[in-house]
Design a protein around this ligand. Structure first.
Ligand code: 26Q
Length: 811
């Protein structure tokens, strides 16, 4: 349902809000006051519905889902809430009367950057879809004081700056200190016998207070308001006045700081776990607080713990919240006094786990010593889980020690979190069909044999509200003008656009909208990078985390090759191209940072060379984040989805681009396979090795990258240019490591097949060049992409989770 409020009433509310909160009249309000005033009025409207939703949850005591995730990459909220509540037109007019643009007001809001990339953004899309579909599902995570670092580029190098996104306060959150929970770390377990029961108590531990902050989640046109509950770490002790009185101020502060550091900052590694004690503490901190609060609420509503799994499903977003499993066991055993088998039965029927990665090095493992010392009681429980599981394995595979060791939860002095999740959940899913196949055939092969129906595939999706309706309103209008508005919540309706592919008028309208979006992005590029780009050129875009497997390097090497061609042959009828990149590299990831530097050096060289007559431009937009993606995607012609086949679990950016009518150049990896299936081979540019082929090479060690260049002078030339200072960086050594990694690296050179796939990548690009120059070929393909994007809506994904895993009632 839309909120009904007149322009006059809304304006009056904003005026009085600004007066009461900031002691200012509208005339004296700065833009930031206007943002806050408007956001607060919107929040008040949401709060009314939130109260109703809570009542309903409380009274009906139906089944609910909890989505546990270390990351929620929400981005900005005001614009999204206005759209979902149907308030945008009213507020736009109010802004006009106040002499500002709504867009300027929206830009005042900092992004909530509480995530690294795909996994975190998926959690945010899921919250949107759950609520829009009227399903009772809540998010549980960490209220990081600092989100993902802000990226500055200085002399082509990435510099990380803190992201104090809460500095000016957040309008959307409400602290609920009344519902704080206590989380215990370290110490030891004391067992005492009470009657015929053993009583466990964690002694000598550090206690931390977890304070929840709740953010309302508003769906598109729905009554329901779900909650995102983010936990902040607080000290359980007040300042030690004894120390303070002795003048030892720093010592007095230290205890407090030590507790609060837990929710201080998001770890910036994506797909690369580091075994840091603080990371383990973060994981236990938020999972323990979440499980305790879920149980407490359940009991407060009169629930019997024996019915817990019937009324609760807890979803684990990758292994990061895996400690939720032994934590629930701890509560059932130690606090509710259940016996092991009963507790295990309930626990196993409560949890479901999603795997997001195939990269072997990204599977989380914790050293036994760290686990034991930080989480002594959970260690006991995980140890017992492992004992029982190994017992089951022994019955099934008597004597097969290798198999049992490779499947154990504890082995090689490590706790294997993925194994814990598989054993402790009733459902395990991959995030695209290819990904699920790889899990079943390779990564979790033995588990798939042992639990034949547990591993399933549910393909990711994205919210069409944020990434089309809001990010590209003109295109949304064009679509609605043709097929009506149902597509916004019934994504398969987009199929109705199929006929528009053959309609020159529709094609022309799409082209004109793209053109305006490109002009806007060109303006942004001019303001931020001081580079002039031609909106007539092909905007060819790769925006995502920087990772070797995602192969930004291959893209850059190909650009160097195009540049060589243009210089050799200035009359080549290449359609002008603008290559756009945006990517953050993990701060400690040297190769990734070097690739950012290379992109800049190549850009410097190409953008300033008059000989190529502006036909080629390279732009790196700094500080990639959700709000920047919303600006770039609607202006994109070509979507680069070029990961080494078998490495990208799904990808979700690929879906956002196709939804906006960009054509994909991509490998047969992740969800690209399903995009190909949806649009047909004519409307996508597929190239490169298949996952089976890359796998075979990894297995037999027969790949030699030097073979790939021996008969390819183009590649030889590009590789030479990396180390002969053609890029004018003043040294032949700056990019030596990249060169070495591609050709000579010990272990395996070019492990991501950049050189092997180069030729077919270049051929696919040549085809794009050909097709783009023929609008009657290009734009029908673009329309076909939009028309077939329906299955990549996160609404479809959530419906599938609900049918196959959660089984929640609709509100
Ligand atoms: C773990 C431990 C310690 C530090 C960091 C981490 C960590 C953090 C983030 C490990 C992994 C991640 C993120 C993984 C991720 O984003 N995976 C992506 O998930 C998307 C949604 O399913 C997929 O579309 C992508 O293919 C996948 O790479």
């Amino acid at each position: 349902m839309n909120a009904v409020i007149s322009k006059e009433e809304f304006k009056r509310s904003v005026e009085s809000k600004i007066q009461r909160m900031f002691g200012r009249s509208l005339g004296r309000a700065k833009k930031s006051h206007l943002y806050k005033g408007i956001a607060m009025v919107v929040r008040d409207l949401i709060n009314e519905r939130w109260a109703y939703s809570r009542e309903a949850f409380h009274e009906e005591a139906h089944r609910e889902a909890f989505y546990l995730s270390m990351e929620f990459l929400t981005g900005r909220t005001l614009g999204n809430n206005l759209m979902n509540l149907g308030l945008e037109p009213v507020v736009r007019e109010v802004c006009e009367e106040l002499g500002v643009e709504l867009d300027e007001i929206r830009e005042m809001e900092p992004d909530a950057g509480l995530g690294n990339g795909g996994l975190g953004r998926l959690a945010a899309c899921f919250m949107d879809s759950l609520t829009t579909l009227g399903l009772p599902g809540h998010g549980c995570g960490i209220r990081y004081e600092y989100g993902l670092f802000k990226q500055k580029i200085i002399d082509g190098y990435q510099i990380e700056m803190p992201d104090p996104w809460l500095e000016d306060g957040s309008i959307w959150e409400v602290a609920v200190p009344e519902e704080a929970e206590i989380v215990k770390f370290g110490g030891w377990v004391e067992t005492t016998k009470v009657g015929d029961r053993i009583h466990y108590e964690q002694k000598g531990c550090q206690t931390v207070r977890a304070v929840p902050y709740e953010i309302p989640v508003v769906g598109y046109g729905s009554e329901l308001v779900n909650s995102l509950r983010l936990w902040a770490a607080r000290s359980t002790k007040h300042l030690d006045m004894g120390l303070f009185g002795q003048g030892r101020y720093m010592d007095a502060l230290e205890e407090k700081e030590l507790a609060e550091v837990i929710s201080k900052v998001l770890y910036p590694e994506d797909n690369h776990p580091e075994g840091k004690a603080l990371r383990l503490k973060q994981q236990y901190f938020f999972t323990s607080a979440s499980i305790q609060s879920i149980v407490h609420t359940f009991k407060r509503r009169g629930g019997n713990m024996r019915d817990f799994a019937k009324r609760t499903v807890i979803h684990i977003n990758d292994t990061h919240p895996a400690l939720a499993i032994p934590e629930l066991m701890r509560i059932l055993l130690d606090e509710d006094g259940m016996d092991w088998d009963e507790a295990w039965e309930i626990s196993r029927n409560t949890f479901a786990y999603t795997n997001h990665t195939i990269l072997e090095e990204a599977l989380e493992k914790w050293p036994v010593e760290l686990f034991q010392s930080q989480l002594p009681r959970l260690w006991d429980i995980v140890y017992e889980i492992n004992e029982q599981f190994c017992g089951e394995l022994w019955e099934r595979y008597p004597g097969d020690w290798d198999k049992i060791a490779s499947m154990a939860v504890i082995a090689e002095n490590q706790v294997k979190m993925a194994h814990l999740c598989i054993v402790g959940s009733f459902s395990v899913n991959g995030v695209a069909q290819l990904h699920a196949d790889i899990l079943k055939k390779h990564v979790f092969r033995d588990f798939h044999e042992f639990y034949p129906h547990k591993v399933i595939g549910i393909t990711n999706g994205v919210t069409f509200r944020r990434f089309l309706l809001k990010a590209n309103p003109e295109l949304a209008d064009l679509i609605s003008g043709r097929i009506g508005q149902e597509w916004i919540t019934d994504s398969e309706q987009l199929k109705g656009l199929e006929s528009a592919a053959a309609d020159p008028e529709f094609n022309g309208a799409l082209q004109a909208i793209r053109r305006r979006n490109k002009e806007n992005l060109a303006q942004y590029i001019l303001e931020n990078n001081n580079i002039v780009v031609d909106p007539q050129s092909i905007f060819d875009v790769q925006i995502k985390r920087l990772h070797e497997y995602k192969r930004q390097l291959m893209n850059v090497l190909h650009i160097m090759h195009l540049y060589n061609e243009l210089r050799d042959n200035p009359n080549w009828d290449m359609h002008p191209r603008t290559f756009i990149f945006a990517a953050k590299a993990a701060p400690g990831y040297r190769m990734a940072k070097l690739i950012i530097k290379l992109t800049h050096s190549v850009g410097q060289k190409i953008n300033n060379d008059p000989r190529i007559k502006g036909k080629l431009k390279v732009v790196f937009l700094e500080n990639y984040r959700v709000s920047l993606a919303e600006k770039i995607i609607p202006a994109s012609d070509v979507s680069e989805q070029i990961s080494t086949a078998g490495k990208e679990a799904s990808g979700t950016g690929n879906m956002k681009f196709m939804l906006n009518g960009a054509l994909t150049i991509g490998t047969l990896d992740g969800a690209n396979v399903e995009i190909l299936d949806a649009v047909g081979p004519e409307a996508i540019y597929i190239f490169g090795l298949t996952a089976e082929e890359t796998n075979a090479y990894y297995g037999n060690g027969h790949y030699n990258p030097r073979d790939s260049i021996s008969d390819d002078v183009r590649l030889q030339r590009v590789l030479d240019q990396l180390v002969n200072d053609s890029l004018n960086v003043g040294s032949t050594e700056v990019f030596r490591e990249l060169h070495h990694g591609l050709l000579y690296a010990h272990g395996m050179a070019d492990p991501y097949f950049v050189l092997k796939d180069f030729d077919s990548y270049a051929a696919a690009h040549a085809q794009i060049n050909h097709d783009y120059q023929r609008p009657e070929i290009w734009w029908p393909k673009a329309v076909r992409n939009i028309a077939n994007a329906g299955r990549f809506s996160s609404d479809r994904t959530i419906n599938e989770y609900n049918e196959r895993i959660w089984r929640l009632p609709h509100a």
